[in-house]
Design a protein around this ligand. Structure first.
Ligand code: FAD
Ligand code: NAD
Length: 471
């Protein structure tokens, strides 16, 4: 057993942990990072953001080639999708990305410890390799817990990883399911439904709420549902609370309770559990330092410090949205705070993006939140149907940009987009919120023509007064 002393130790190498470690090292701290697995990057790089986007892109190309290229005068006779090859490409993308993080650790002289980290006491962390081959203890002044999250399941339903799977197994499927039942119409549900639906699987989504993506502005999920119905062999059952899932020969039978309290049964070849993720704190030794979790999450104050001075927590393991960029912002914030700076995160200005086609993105207040809080607001909504750029590309006419502004001050309070490249154009909304811009500000910016971003200008003109030009 060896022993080293660090200014800062980070437990977990996801986008929260590895970014925190880099920023701390930049600021002169002697930094260590502990990761259970041999590859760095956490959920996001290994089994989350990056692999899912790789498969979403591959399947989007296939779907476009099959259904949209002919209109451009491009004939694709003999078009075939090779799922196994897509998975192989996805693995390469993941490997290059996680290797990149390992390089960044070396570049910033951060010591990497492979193994499960657990607190012995406030300043001592044990690291045990998962195969039991090695164990080490390191001494540290300060610690950031960035242990992330794991797939969650419903009570009484076990993810057996064969017939009832989580997103982790879905990202490794090499055989296309004929009929995929997706429990949960949230972010993972609609992204994974898109991957397999585009390749030809029949998709059934069972969702407890009354629409897809229930945490986003209500117009977004409703519009996405319409597009998925048109583009894929897809159906969704809303107001259905899944209560059980059983294997029956080669099928999976899923039972759900509808609004009237009736039990409805669905049968498919494979079932994807996508009802959220649980913070991961197993065997972290929190009891040895006196930290108690609340609903599984580690409680933190405004500086993201836990109830134990000198121990901080960030990312999926604490409150707030489970998003990679949120975790990274928090990592930077804690490192800068430890270096004596005064960083701040504006959580309202953190965007959420769903990488379906069309993409879905939102930032700021939703219309439902403004109504509930009785905030006087006005809105401008511009459909991509009226965008020349959308018509010229893939005839991407579905969707809209919606801007919500304060009725009296014109301050932008929210931007919600479903449409082509929403993931990128939402940044205009993020800037507006950070700079406390007015809808008028967005309306007077010159937007290049022809671009999808012109829809933002038009929606802003709609929000300032009813003065959209192209509608
Ligand atoms: P994680 O990324 O979960 O990393 C935690 C790390 O800590 C893991 O590597 C784990 O092995 C390690 N660890 C845990 N306990 C210990 C221990 N005791 N000792 C040592 N190591 C430990 N977010 C987006 O913003 N955009 C997306 O497009 C997106 N797509 C997603 C797609 C999928 C399928 C999934 C599942 C998630 C997606 N997310 C996305 C969410 C995103 O992955 C998470 O919000 C993000 O990874 C959280 O980062 P984190 O650093 O808090 O934790
Ligand atoms: P989610 O919270 O987005 O969606 C879960 C859905 O399951 C909800 O709509 C909920 O109403 C539904 N649900 C819960 N219990 C149910 C029941 N008994 N029957 C039917 N439906 C039920 O969670 P997720 O999709 O699993 O994603 C997990 C996390 O990963 C999210 O926090 C998300 O932010 C993150 N993620 C982000 C991205 C992205 O940013 N593009 C992609 C994937 C995942």
């Amino acid at each position: 057993m060896s022993s080293s002393t660090y200014d800062l130790t980070v437990i977990g190498s996801g986008p929260g942990g590895y970014v925190a470690a880099i920023r701390a090292a930049q600021l002169g701290m002697k930094t260590a990072i502990i990761e259970r697995y041999p590859t760095l990057g956490g959920t996001c790089l290994n089994v989350g953001c990056i692999p899912s986007k790789a498969l979403l892109d591959s399947t989007e190309h296939f779907h476009a080639a099959k259904h949209k290229f002919a209109a451009h005068g491009i004939e694709c006779g003999g078009l075939k999708a090779d799922l196994a090859k897509m998975i192989e490409r996805k693995r390469e993308v993941v490997k290059k990305t996680t290797d990149g993080v390992a390089f960044l650790m070396r570049k910033n002289k951060i010591d990497v410890y492979e193994g499960h980290g657990s607190f012995v006491d406030k300043n001592t962390i044990a690291v045990n390799k998962l195969d039991g081959s090695e164990s080490t203890q390191i001494k540290t002044q300060k610690t950031i817990i960035a242990t992330g999250s794991k797939p969650w399941s419903l009570p009484g339903i076990e993810i057996d990883k064969k017939k009832i799977i989580s997103s982790t197994e879905a990202l490794e499927l090499t055989k296309l399911p004929k009929h995929l039942i997706v429990i949960g119409g949230g972010v993972i549900g609609v992204e994974m439904a898109s991957v397999f639906g585009r390749l030809g699987s029949k998709i059934t989504i069972l969702e407890y709420a009354d629409r897809l993506l229930p945490t986003m502005d209500a117009d977004l999920g409703k519009e996405l549902h319409k597009v998925l119905r048109k583009d894929l062999d897809y159906e969704a059952h809303f107001n259905h609370k899944v209560t059980a899932a059983q294997l029956s020969r080669s099928k999976v039978k899923v039972s759900a309770e509808n609004k009237k309290g009736e039990v409805v049964e669905f049968s498919g070849d494979l079932c994807l559990m996508a009802v959220g993720r649980a913070p991961y704190t197993a065997n972290l030794g929190l009891e040895n330092i006196g930290i108690t979790t609340e609903k599984g999450r580690i409680p933190v104050n405004e500086q993201l410090e836990t109830t134990v001075p000198g121990i901080f927590a960030i990312g999926d393991v604490i409150r707030g949205a489970m998003l990679a960029h949120k975790a990274s912002e928090e990592g930077v914030m804690v490192a800068e705070y430890l270096a004596g700076q005064h960083p701040h995160i504006n959580y309202r200005a953190i965007p959420g993006v769903v990488y379906t086609w069309p993409e879905v993105a939102g930032v700021g207040f939703t219309e439902e939140e403004l109504k509930a809080d009785k905030v006087p607001y006005k809105s401008g909504k511009f459909p991509f149907m009226a965008s020349g750029r959308a018509r010229a590309s893939m005839d991407d006419k579905a969707g809209f940009v919606k801007i919500l502004a304060h009725a009296h001050t014109d301050e932008v309070l929210g931007m919600h987009i479903i449409g082509p490249r929403a993931a990128d154009i939402i940044m205009e909304g993020v800037m507006a919120l950070e700079f406390r811009a007015s809808a008028e500000d967005l309306a007077i910016f010159s937007h290049p023509h022809p671009t999808f971003s012109e829809a933002v200008k038009e929606a802003a003109m709609g929000a300032t007064a009813n003065r959209m030009i192209h509608l």
